[in-house]
Write a protein that binds this ligand. Sequence first.
Ligand SMILES: [Cu+2]
Length: 307
Amino acid sequence: MRRLLAVLPLALLAVSAAACAPANPATPGSSAAPSPAASTAATPTAAPSTAATASLAPAGTGTGFYANLSGDLEVPPITGPAMGSASATLSQDKQTLTVRVAAMNTSGAISVGHLHDGSSGTNGDVVKPLVIDGKTGTLTWTTKDADKPLTPALVADLLAGKLYVNLHTQGNQGGELRGQLSTTGSAASALMTGAQEVPAATTSGSGVATAWLDKERSSLTVQVSTAGLTGPITMGHIHDAAAGSNGDIVKPLKFNGGTAILLWSATDTDKPLTPAMIQDFLAGKLYVNVHTDANKGGELRGQLLVP
Ligand SMILES: [Cu+2]
């Protein structure tokens, strides 16, 4: 919060309106710094104004979902280096589902992305397309949707783990990355880019991060995958600051090659997960970054945004 005030000149980030509200999904383009997607500029968790219960709910209220996307989960499986992350929030009144997706190392551009209705290991019908922008996707899906409304039956399938994210490419038209949405407390996903570093880093590397907070809000699991960096990862961290500014390290990440998995708990003896950190996570103020010798200040950064 205090740091946010220091970056007000970076108006292009347009985070001011979201300072204490649900984070706008950042959709970093292939070259641009993160900017809110125009199509999702409306506060994601705000229910349709026609809903009697519509209100600006605090970030993270509702039910969270996450998925790590992989070719292995396609039916039949796809072999390749692509990885992805998905996170979603179902509003408390079950009127709105907001989704964020990020992908790396795909064989080509993401042609289309969908939510499908099918259990793990089976293929199911498309129930809703995602809005794809480069390597990211977003969706704000409501019960009032004129085309394909979010129905109670679909909400029931979502809660039962029967909806999955599928990203398609020209090379894998049946889908290159898939992940089954699993229920959790709150979840965030991030595309990691050099452009999000402050100042921006020049790199052809990329990464994705998924983070999910359990329903009891006692632990945050963070999974990070990176590739194509200028050299080995020397350090990786979770930092505390909004997009556009640098913040303190709040937890180190231990990398094994390009990947890291962290289980961050309230009972950690070193840097425990505190209520303040949870609030910052829900407000989109935690980010993951990795450092290399060539980019000591950080080569890739990804803002963890709860949709
Ligand atoms: Cu760092």
